[in-house]
Write a protein that binds this ligand. Structure first.
Ligand code: HEM
Length: 138
């Protein structure tokens, strides 16, 4: 069980590295002047590669979490609350993919300020999830 939990945490950390950095690229993309095609293309390429890289990491993090849950009999309100937050994170990940598609097609209209707030969502989720799984308050 400990090997599974170790790899669960490894993939969680790797997934979150991307969930923290991808919206930061969006902040920069939203600030690129219209005549800076080269900078926009460079940032778009970075975002596309990062999104493709972190998607399997997220799937593995969640898959190993479910293995821990159903394979080792964990129970408790903390696990249900954690899973609800993780479903929210998975939706956030998919939303990042849709926002990336908007940037790629030139349809993105949101400001860099909006993306700065958007960037804080994974920070808040990580904080609550780690308290739930380590402290198990309920
Ligand atoms: C549906 C997805 C997930 C499920 C079902 C799940 C389930 C679990 C379970 C059953 C454990 C073992 C708890 C223990 O040993 O006390 C665990 C450990 C852990 N999970 Fe998840 N997890 C999921 C996703 C995540 C995510 C997204 C994060 C990160 C924010 C995360 C962070 C952790 C951490 C840090 C531990 C180690 C806790 C400890 O050793 O005390 N998990 N997870």
């Amino acid at each position: 069980m400990l090997w599974i939990k170790a790899f669960h945490i490894i993939f969680v950390v790797s997934w979150f590295a991307g969930l923290f950095y991808l919206p930061r690229i969006f902040v920069n993309l939203a600030m690129v002047p219209a005549d800076s095609g080269a900078e926009r293309a460079r940032l778009l390429l970075m975002a596309k590669k990062l999104f493709r890289f972190i998607t399997p990491l997220g799937v593995l993090a969640i898959g190993l979490g479910l293995w821990l849950w159903f394979g080792f009999g964990f129970t408790g309100g903390w696990l249900h609350a954690k899973t609800a937050l993780v479903i929210g994170l998975a939706a956030y990940h998919v939303w990042c993919g849709m926002l990336l598609a908007e940037f790629a097609s030139g349809r993105s209209t949101r400001t860099h300020v909006w993306f700065r707030f958007f960037n804080e969502v994974p920070v808040l989720a990580l904080t609550i999830i780690c308290i739930l799984v380590v402290v198990k308050p309920f």
